[in-house]
Design a protein around this ligand. Structure first.
Ligand code: NAD
Length: 477
């Protein structure tokens, strides 16, 4: 797959693969080599996509649940058959280690499978009326054409987590993938088409100018929903710009998860969990553990166990089967991680493990005694750096977990379930892993409190984001 011509590179617009006047380059962050010159869509393509989505919406809305379900099921099968190609594509375009990329493909496919099943379970309800001559019926209608924007860090799963529930609900979907990772998204569209999916239902418009491409979608009242996954500043901007047409909006934004280890935790398991929660995807995950808070009695032992594991992580070529941590996605990401580490060191943090970076490869790093107002604790790191702090009382731990404005994921390690539940109820996070570093799964609600977003993806909650309840009040003779 390292031959540029073997990657899909045209836009999938109104049911056809089209070239555009301009293209942009997609390069491997590991080697800098050119992978593909990809169609660069703008406002003209956006307008065509909107027309096409609006035109096909009535047919898709009235297709039976069984038709929708079957097409999703076929897409699921074709994703699994192409799993290796998808994994190789994402490993090359954004640097995810290949073993992890294979797991992401299975995770991405699990949303398609789940929503193929859920498509048949969009039930209505009857509600008792206080009037003997009235009946109250409630049914679900698809919200309408959807515009979706996804980030580069999970190039397959972020796409299927949106597209599958939208299609199951009866909504056509136009996707703008991230500039860094359009190839996986285009491949998913190819698989949708090849598996018999109606082509115009799922369009993919890569662009190097997301602002200009998005403007027509945000302004057009036929586009009834915006679903966005990405950074909080961009999410806020899109939220404001969707207001003029009162779109339904789902925003999956930045995280900054606290990882708390209490003195009664199983420390071996907590240290294993810390590796997963921190170093999966090189720390470039919205649910990545951002800051570690360790109860004083176990801080030294946990640090030893954690450092032992971090020291053995293999940093390297994403296509090497043994690699556990790949490169950061781009120089901006690298610059930010470096700045945050320098800030912490300048405020007195001690290096437990670390070293110089080489090109985009940043070595797995642990910093202890990180000062309370260090940027590492206040900003989303999005890199393989673990800052450690200690706490003595549960009140101190609560204060640490409540700081900041994000509210996506938090991790608690304790054998005391009563404490875990009490603590979970007191902290403002949408996802809480209790002795579990990997809570994300297709059937559960994924999303954040506070400034981590609006809405949920996954399970019945993810489907409801694409449905409008319609109430029929029936007067009888
Ligand atoms: P980003 O906001 O820079 O980019 C995300 C997407 O938005 C990309 O497709 C980009 O092209 C597009 N975009 C950027 N500016 C835009 C504009 N003005 N108008 C329209 N679209 C625009 O974020 P990123 O750096 O690619 O991704 C990392 C961020 O995503 C992190 O903050 C991470 O926490 C977040 N994230 C959240 C979740 C979640 O489910 N909550 C999941 C994955 C990533």
């Amino acid at each position: 797959m390292d031959n540029p011509s073997s990657f899909p590179s045209e836009a999938f617009l109104a049911g056809s693969w089209v070239k555009t006047a301009r293209t942009f380059s997609v390069r491997s962050p590991a080697t800098g080599s050119l992978l593909a010159e990809v169609a660069d869509c703008g406002a003209a393509e956006a307008r065509i996509a909107i027309e096409s989505a609006a035109e096909i919406f009535p047919q898709w809305k009235s297709a039976t649940a069984y038709v929708r379900s079957n097409l999703l099921r076929q897409w699921h099968g074709s994703i699994l058959r192409a799993a290796e190609t998808l994994a190789q594509t994402m490993a090359q375009e954004m640097g995810k280690p290949i073993a992890e990329a294979r797991r992401e493909v299975l995770y991405a496919a699990s949303f398609v499978e789940w929503y193929a099943e859920e498509a048949k379970r969009i039930y209505g309800e009857t509600v008792p009326s206080q009037h003997p001559q009235k009946r109250i019926l409630v049914r679900s209608q698809p919200v309408g054409p959807v515009y979706g924007i996804t980030p580069w860090n999970f190039p397959a799963a972020m796409v299927t987590r949106k597209v599958a529930p939208a299609l199951a609900a009866g909504c056509p979907f136009v996707l703008k993938p991230a500039e860094e990772s359009p190839l996986t998204a285009l491949l998913l569209a190819k698989l949708w088409e090849e598996s018999g999916g109606w082509p115009a239902l799922f369009q993919v418009l890569p662009s190097s100018d997301p602002e200009s491409l998005s403007a027509p979608f945000l302004a057009d009242s036929r586009v009834r929903k915006l679903t966005f996954t990405g950074s909080t500043p961009v999410g806020k901007r899109l939220y404001k710009r969707s207001a003029s047409t009162l779109k339904r909006v789902s925003l999956e934004l930045g995280g900054g998860a606290p990882f708390l280890v209490f003195s009664d935790a199983d420390l071996e398991k907590a240290a294993d969990g810390a590796i997963t929660a921190k170093f999966r995807n090189g720390g470039q995950s919205c649910v990545a553990a951002n800051a570690f808070y360790l109860q004083k009695e176990i801080a030294r032992e946990f640090t030893r166990l954690f450092a032992e594991r971090v020291a053995s992580l293999r940093l390297g070529d994403p296509l090497d089967e043994r690699t556990q941590v790949g490169p950061l996605v781009n120089v901006q990401g690298l610059g930010k991680v470096r700045e945050l580490v320098q800030d912490a060191l300048a405020r007195g943090a001690k290096t437990v493990l670390g070293g110089p970076s080489r090109e985009l490869f940043f070595p797995p790093t642990i910093l202890a005694e990180v000062a309370s107002h260090s940027r590492l604790l206040e900003e989303e790191i999005f890199g393989p750096v673990a800052p450690l702090r200690t706490f003595e009382t549960e009140e101190e731990a609560l204060a640490a977990a409540r700081r900041g404005r994000a509210g996506l994921a938090a991790y608690l390690w304790t054998r005391d379930l009563e404490r875990a539940l009490r603590f979970a109820e007191e902290i403002p996070y949408g996802i809480i892993g209790i002795n579990d570093p990997l809570p994300s799964t297709a059937q559960a609600p994924f999303g954040g409190f506070r400034e981590s977003g609006i809405g949920r993806e996954g399970g019945k909650w993810g489907l409801a984001e694409y449905l409008e309840p319609q109430y029929l009040s029936l007067g009888l003779d």
